[in-house]
Design a protein around this ligand. Structure first.
Ligand SMILES: Cc1cc2nc3c(=O)[nH]c(=O)nc-3n(C[C@H](O)[C@H](O)[C@H](O)COP(=O)(O)OP(=O)(O)OC[C@H]3O[C@@H](n4cnc5c(N)ncnc54)[C@H](O)[C@@H]3O)c2cc1C
Length: 394
């Protein structure tokens, strides 16, 4: 079959890898003029790690990634409030690493080894599903026919909007925005340590990366509109953090000159179904658990693998799409529910929540405490289907 995947982030290239392995003819269209660099660091673990193992990319992920040895919570004076090793909260520490989101994306994409067509700097304008194929009109004006279209274009998915309806029908804003940027030569470094300072309404995180790069990440409570242009975004962050302590003023100085700047609302996408006719969604596009879940990339890979496996195993795409949803909807729902309760960890609303957060962090080092506190959200209750190696159905 000819399959168009929209979006070359994490879920898109993963889906492409497995569909290509099943013998399908895959095209990826990515609206950015080049594959994205920089961005933020993600923790990578759980069932998504198992998918990466199946793809043979773990050695490269480990080479480009980091294994953090400490998460340290500090107060506005820089004094330690709590400290623990991330290993204790991730069940199998051997299957855990931290890596730039763009490096994870690049490693997956590189594993496609030029066997998949990539169109950069274009996107879909119109999707016309007539039941036997989807006629796609691109922004460039080109028109092409595909058997299936997979939307892997992230939280603000255009495929979702075109095929399923307005964002407002599916997006739940969690009352927070998140921003990340990088700088070189920042004077303070704490190797392999996540430095976290939270106060009422926000958390600031600093991570020292290779090549003298420092990554800064802020999660901030915000009830109004989330601005979309950079000057307004920077102004909002400065206003929100006007009274912040620790190194926040110095961090904000780095922001002004940062080339790489990420800013977005913290939202979830909840849908009753991830497919309509010959169009389906993977990753954040259909099931964003939000950054609070700390697992969206890994889940996006699980979704890409499961969807492609079901397409390979079923001659009828309707059957494949239904089984894909059936297999993963309970897992995604439980991850989303758990994430909704984690807001206090990333931006406590008030003094009480701040105190609760700090107490939890102090207890994190104790075995099993994290499981109890987070409602066992660190476990992936999912069995990955076996990929039909012996004979793909086309
Ligand atoms: C601050 C932060 C921290 C996070 N931490 C973690 C973590 O610790 N662990 C974890 O697993 N996850 C984490 N996540 C979540 C994770 O980044 C996402 O869940 C993951 O990137 C989703 O992958 P995706 O492929 O679905 O979408 P994306 O990674 O968003 O990729 C979508 C791709 O589609 C492209 N695109 C968008 N629109 C179009 C269009 N119209 N046409 C064509 N292409 C388009 C984009 O340019 C992009 O390349 C975090 C997220 C944030 C914001």
């Amino acid at each position: 079959m000819k399959v168009l995947i929209v979006g070359a982030g994490i879920a898109g290239p993963t889906t492409a890898f497995w569909l290509n392995k099943a013998g399908h003819e895959v095209t990826i269209v990515e609206h950015a003029p080049q594959l994205r660099r920089g961005g933020y660091l993600i923790d990578f673990w759980g069932a998504g790690y198992d998918v990466a193992e199946k793809m043979g990319i773990v050695p490269e992920l480990r080479r480009r990634g980091y294994v953090m040895t400490e998460a340290r919570a500090i107060n506005r004076d820089g004094k330690k409030v709590a400290s623990f090793s991330p290993e204790v909260i991730i069940e199998s520490a051997k299957k855990y690493l931290s890596i730039a989101r763009s490096d994870l994306s690049a490693v997956i994409y590189e594993s496609l080894a030029d066997e998949v067509e990539l169109i950069l700097g274009d996107t879909v304008r119109k999707l016309d599903d007539n039941g036997s194929r989807v006629r796609v009109t691109f922004e460039s004006g080109n028109t092409r026919d595909f058997d299936l279209v997979i939307g892997a274009d992230g939280l603000h998915s255009r495929v979702r909007r075109l095929a399923f309806g307005p964002d407002a029908d599916y997006e739940t804003y969690l009352g927070m925005f998140v921003t990340a940027f990088q700088g070189t030569g920042y004077p303070v470094r704490n190797e392999l340590t996540a430095m976290m300072y939270a106060d009422i309404g926000f958390q600031a995180l600093r991570l020292s990366l290779r090549d003298d790069v420092t990554l800064f990440l802020f999660s901030v409570r915000h009830d109004g509109e989330v601005p979309t242009d950079r000057p307004e975004q920077e102004a909002l962050l400065r206003a929100k953090l006007a009274d912040a302590g620790w190194e926040v003023p110095a961090m904000l100085d780095v922001m002004s000159g940062a080339e790489d700047f990420y800013f977005d609302s913290v939202s979830q996408i909840r849908m009753p179904s991830w497919s309509k006719g010959r169009i389906a969604l993977v990753g954040d596009a259909g099931a964003c658990p939000s950054f609070l879940a700390g697992q969206g990339s890994a889940l996006g890979m699980v979704e890409g693998y499961t969807l492609a496996t079901e397409i390979a195993a079923n001659s009828d795409h309707r059957e494949a799409f239904a089984r894909y949803h059936e297999r993963l909807a309970p897992l995604i729902r439980s991850k989303q529910d758990a994430a909704q309760g984690l807001g206090l960890a990333f931006a406590p609303k008030n003094r009480f929540q701040l105190a609760v957060r700090n107490t939890i962090l102090k207890m994190m080092g104790l075995p099993k405490v994290a499981d109890i506190v987070m409602g066992r959200s660190f476990h992936d209750a999912v069995e990955l289907p076996a990929f039909p190696e012996a004979g793909p159905i086309r």
